[in-house]
Ligand binder design. Structure first.
Ligand code: F6R
Length: 588
């Protein structure tokens, strides 16, 4: 989603803001803007494109001033235009705002403000914040009061930073993250620690309904009622800021390769934490598991793994649908929420619904300082390091390995994640070496319009995940399906133009899936088989090494990630920044 940043301190602010925005760009990247305060005047430059492009065309880094705010946008209200880019100023240009989230009552607020004579320049919901602040500031000449009144008028989810012509910088949050970075000589207010980690690892994570005021570098925290609040600074892991592409052309490729390590680092959990997690799980009467997108695919596989290897019955529900099923939960239920970012609005909404029913919440999350981690009764950290590529790759396999590990702790150590570690590690290394072959296959099939990915049982969630990767990275329509379902309708779609990928390892699903492959082949489709047993039926065969059946999903997803990556390159798409997407989806 959008990234916001504000800085007040010593030193020219514009380069600090631009670098911070560049660090956070993976969150959203359709337009960029900066406002600085120079000699008592607000300067604003903004335009569509990525940070580097807008900086090159508008010389953002050269804007003078020691105080400023910045934004990268992921459009929700109003098209991708220069005028809709943030910061937004009010009529008299004495205040400017950057916002992340959605103001649900903006129509109503805008109508009131229009009646009062305010003139709007953009189609965004965010601009109302600037006008409300201007309105209340003019009323009593008190910025604190203006912040409180404005926050209380806004409905929806928001984190915003406002810069005032009198050198005050303020921020406020409700259901969107906002973090203060503390330097000896200045403060950041940012939606993500990556915005300031190059400068400081001391941070205050604001709570909902918190307002931060920086007046000539004096900091104070209040809530929306005007009461003073105290929040303790914490130390953020420096490694988060160390993300770079290394020798790889894209973060996505680097992160695919990192899986040979990250699958195993995620299983080093602190013992008491793991025990608490597993005890809560083992005692639950009902277990629900939720996530969005890729994390939902982890939840689907978790259902298989936990029921098969630890005899825990689990219901998996995608987070955007969870609130409609929450009547199933009560105080004896447990919800496991899975999320890389820990900030996905749909996941946080599920957690809130579960808590309202008195259920306990466990989470599996990569960002340990995230809202999800803080809302959970207990959380396990995915520990795969920062994932910068917008498409989830290494976070998926790390989420899975934690699930295997939990299944082993609650059950009888049957998944093989610990006992077959060497075999798994070798298999992943060998699968990564298939990149050249997969790139060749991608070259042959790059022009297809539709791809179907089929598999059964534990392979079915991997089919969904592979299809999601192909859609988002290569912009090709792809569908994951349970192989047995094809004959119940989708077979009508298959013809000589179809490309079908079959997850057909030599396990309990082998024979039935192979027979599905035969049915498809006889309709003239091209077949790619991903298997540890070759069969002449496949036009292209991606041979994966042998591993224990339960662990196959961790291996077979890698060729699908690589195929999606290479199809993206052939289709001239940037695999790190798929169009229209954002890394952290903080709107519902
Ligand atoms: C797909 C992808 C998204 C995310 C989804 C949930 O590659 O990245 O589908 O998986 O938006 O995000 P998290 O896991 O951060 O809750």
């Amino acid at each position: 989603m959008c990234s916001i940043i504000g800085y007040s301190g010593n030193g020219e602010v514009a380069p600090i803001l631009v670098d911070g925005l560049q660090r956070m760009e993976y969150r959203g990247y359709d337009s960029v803007g900066i406002a600085t305060l120079n000699n008592g005047k607000l300067l604003i430059r903004k335009g569509i494109g990525k940070v580097a492009e807008v900086n090159a065309s508008l010389a953002l880094k050269e804007m003078p001033g020691l105080l400023g705010i910045g934004h990268t946008r992921w459009a929700t209200h109003g098209g991708v235009t220069d005028l809709n880019a943030h910061p937004h100023s009010a009529c008299s240009a004495n205040v400017a705002v950057v916002h992340n989230g959605v103001i649900e009552n903006y129509h109503e607020l805008r109508d009131c403000l229009l009646k009062d004579g305010h003139v709007f320049k953009s189609q965004t919901d965010s601009e109302v914040i600037a006008h409300l602040l201007e309105h209340y500031w003019a009323l009593k000449n008190d910025i604190r009061e203006a912040m409180i009144h404005t926050c209380n008028r806004l409905l929806g989810s928001f984190a915003f930073v406002a810069i005032f012509e009198d050198s005050t910088l303020c921020g406020a949050r409700y259901d969107e993250p906002l973090i203060i970075g503390i330097k000896p000589d200045g403060y950041f207010i940012s939606s993500d620690v990556l915005g300031f980690l190059d400068y400081t690892d001391r941070a205050i994570f604001l709570d909902n309904r918190d307002i931060v005021m920086l007046e000539r570098n004096n900091i104070s925290l209040i809530n929306f009622d005007g009461d003073i609040v105290n929040r303790t600074p914490t130390q953020v892991a420096w490694e988060l800021g160390c993300a770079d592409k290394g020798r790889y052309t894209h973060f996505t490729l680097k992160e695919i390769y990192e899986q040979s390590q990250t699958i195993f680092t995620s299983i080093h959990q602190t013992k008491p934490n793991l025990e608490t997690f597993c005890n809560i799980l083992a005692k639950a009467e009902d277990v629900f598991i939720t996530g969005s997108g890729t994390s939902y695919h982890s939840a689907l596989l978790a259902k298989h793994i936990l029921s098969r290897y630890s005899k825990i019955r689990v219901e998996s529900i995608m987070s955007s649908e969870f609130q409609y099923s929450s009547e199933l939960l009560d105080k004896n239920s447990v919800l496991i929420a899975i999320s890389q970012s820990g900030e996905t609005a749909d996941v946080l909404q599920s957690v809130k619904s579960a808590k309202e029913k008195g259920a306990r919440v466990l989470s599996i999350v990569n960002v340990s300082t995230s809202s999800l981690a803080r809302l959970s009764d207990c959380f396990l950290e995915v520990k795969c390091g920062p994932e910068i590529g917008v498409a989830a790759t290494k976070s998926f396999t790390s989420q899975l390995s934690i699930i295997y590990y939990i299944a082993d702790r609650v059950g009888d150590n049957l998944t093989g994640i610990s006992t077959e570690r060497r075999e798994l590690s070798n298999a992943i290394e060998k699968t990564l070496q298939l990149e050249t072959k997969i790139a060749e296959i991608a070259a042959h099939v790059k022009d297809v319009k539709d791809i179907y990915i089929l598999g059964r049982s534990i392979h079915f969630p991997i089919c969904l995940e592979g299809a999601l990767k192909i859609k988002e990275l290569a912009y090709i329509h792809a569908e994951g399906m349970a192989a047995g379902e094809l004959k119940h309708g989708p077979l009508a779609l298959i013809d000589t133009n179809s490309l079908v990928i079959i997850l057909n390892p030599f396990d309990s699903t082998y024979v039935d899936t192979l027979s599905n492959a035969n049915v498809i082949k006889s309709r003239g489709a091209k077949l790619i088989g991903i298997s540890n047993k070759q069969d002449p039926i496949y036009d292209y065969c991606i041979s994966i090494p042998y591993v224990k059946e339960s662990l196959l999903p961790l291996v077979e997803v890698i060729p699908l990630q690589m195929l999606a990556y290479h199809l993206a390159l052939y289709n001239n798409a940037d695999p790190d920044y798929p169009r229209n997407l954002a890394k952290s989806v903080t709107v519902k």
